[in-house]
Write a protein that binds this ligand. Structure first.
Ligand code: ADP
Ligand code: ASP
Ligand code: MG
Length: 421
């Protein structure tokens, strides 16, 4: 049986026709290795950012459906161009969008989850020897409505396809040479990791390391898909392998640090201290598909018999959250609702911190020495996150990277430029 390899190329890797020609070469090389190849591509360069900007120029609150109709067009361009480039180099290729394949998602706009992928068409075309180019980031509901998986979601398209096709491996080609101990754009001497566990990568991705879409890691872990992050410009380098923790030795307490600048904190003040209030609050947010990250409830104040409930959300959900809370205020019988989106979450992640005391206190002391105020703290077995002022995030990240001895000798090469929208 021939092995299936899924490759995914991000926006910077397909930013212009010259780069698309290079991608075609990398794809063909994998085909020449005797494998069946399915390639997932993102929109060219910063196309998605420009599409979002145009929408915002026209409407303060564009509908989710029309946003998905708009944003899904970006990937439509790159799949056709890559298929042409592969054909021009003498190989048989065919492009498909999510609707043509049947990448079925739940009926939610802007962050739909994949629930099924039909493989008939894919298998038939692979059998015919074709290289298949698939549009990342997009899906379709059972009713034929276009959806998208959330920004950065092409990674998840690729891993889900790899799982559906029982692929040998999923290679995520991007503008850096793998997963680093932190974002090499912020700390150029960050160290590239040869391997990292699914669990740690999942925490890092959730903590703001956008090199992988968090749900791609979740899917890889669930279906045991071997996942690699590697460079699209130095294709001989193997990059970073993401794999099960039992296969790894743990040397350091902290594997990586990350900052997430797209958070907002909400404080619902003076919530009566009675059963069912938190359930009411968070079930209404869940109904609107708003994910909540950190949650803190204060001790009930004796005099007023009320609590404050503070939580964080992704700032892209802020308007929706405020609307939901406004409509709930009466029912909750609460006081003020305070909003702060000038904050960031700084996290340290590492399976090595389990049963190793002193890691949290080192993190807090490092922030204290910088004069950085901690607004909220949350932990998991392998992660500690602190909410800080946005302006403090970068120096906090650099200091934590330093104190946990993550710096290497080499300077990372970063190829992509940041969007100027
Ligand atoms: P693509 O367009 O290929 O999907 P992304 O911009 O989504 O690329 O992801 C790659 C970027 O992720 C890198 O350029 C880097 O700035 C950023 N990044 C953040 N944290 C990390 C990390 N820990 N390791 C590597 N890259 C990281
Ligand atoms: N094009 C989409 C985005 O920019 C999806 C992706 O790149 O993964 O978010
Ligand atoms: Mg990405």
């Amino acid at each position: 049986m021939r092995k299936v390899i899924v490759q995914k190329f991000g926006g910077t890797s397909v930013a212009d026709t010259e780069k698309i020609k290079n991608v075609a070469k990398t794809v063909i090389r994998e085909k020449e290795n005797g494998n069946d190849v399915v390639v997932v591509v993102s929109a060219m360069g910063h196309t998605t950012d420009y599409l979002v900007k145009m929408a915002k120029d026209l409407s303060a609150d564009p509908s989710g459906r029309e946003m998905d109709m708009l944003l899904s067009t970006g990937e439509g361009v790159s799949i056709a161009l890559l298929a042409m480039a592969i054909q021009a180099q003498g190989y048989d290729a065919v492009s498909f969008n999510a609707m043509q394949i049947g990448i079925i998602t739940e009926n939610v706009h802007s962050k739909a989850r994949i629930i099924d992928i039909k493989t008939d068409k894919l298998k038939k075309n692979l059998k015919e020897g074709k290289i298949i180019v698939v549009a990342g980031f997009q899906g379709v509901t059972e009713d034929g409505e276009i959806t998208t998986l959330g920004r950065g979601g092409s990674d998840t398209s690729a891993v889900a396809l790899a799982a559906a096709l029982n692929a040998e491996r999923c290679d995520i080609y991007t503008d850096v040479e793998g997963v680093y101990t932190t974002d090499p754009r912020i700390v150029p001497k960050a160290t590239r990791l040869d391997e990292i566990s699914y669990e740690e990568m999942l925490e890092l991705a959730h903590a703001g390391a956008n090199v992988l879409h968090p749900r791609s890691v979740e899917t890889a872990k669930q279906f045991n898909v071997p996942l690699r992050v590697r460079s699209s410009f130095k294709t001989d380098n193997l990059g970073t392998l993401i794999l099960g923790v039992d296969k790894m030795e743990i040397y350091k307490p902290v594997t990586g640090v990350a900052a997430d600048l797209s958070q907002a904190r909400i404080v619902v003040c003076d919530v009566p201290d009675t059963p069912g209030q938190a359930a009411k609050l968070f079930s209404n947010l869940a109904k609107e598909h708003i994910s909540v990250d950190m949650i803190i409830q204060s001790y009930a104040r004796k005099v007023s018999n009320t609590n404050d409930i503070a939580f964080t959300i992704d700032s892209s959900d802020l308007d929706k959250t405020i609307k939901t809370l406004d409509s709930l205020k009466k029912d909750l019988n609460c006081g003020d609702i305070q909003v702060n989106d000038n904050i960031a979450k700084v996290s340290i992640v590492g399976a090595g911190m389990i049963d190793r005391p002193g890691i949290a206190s080192t993190m807090f002391q490092t922030l204290a020495d910088l004069g950085v105020n901690i607004k909220m703290i949350s932990t998991s077995e392998i992660k500690i996150s602190c909410l800080v002022d946005k302006d403090d995030a970068e120096r906090a990240l650099k200091a934590l990277h330093n104190v946990f001895e993550l710096e290497g000798d080499e300077t990372a090469v970063v190829k992509g430029d940041l969007p100027d929208v």
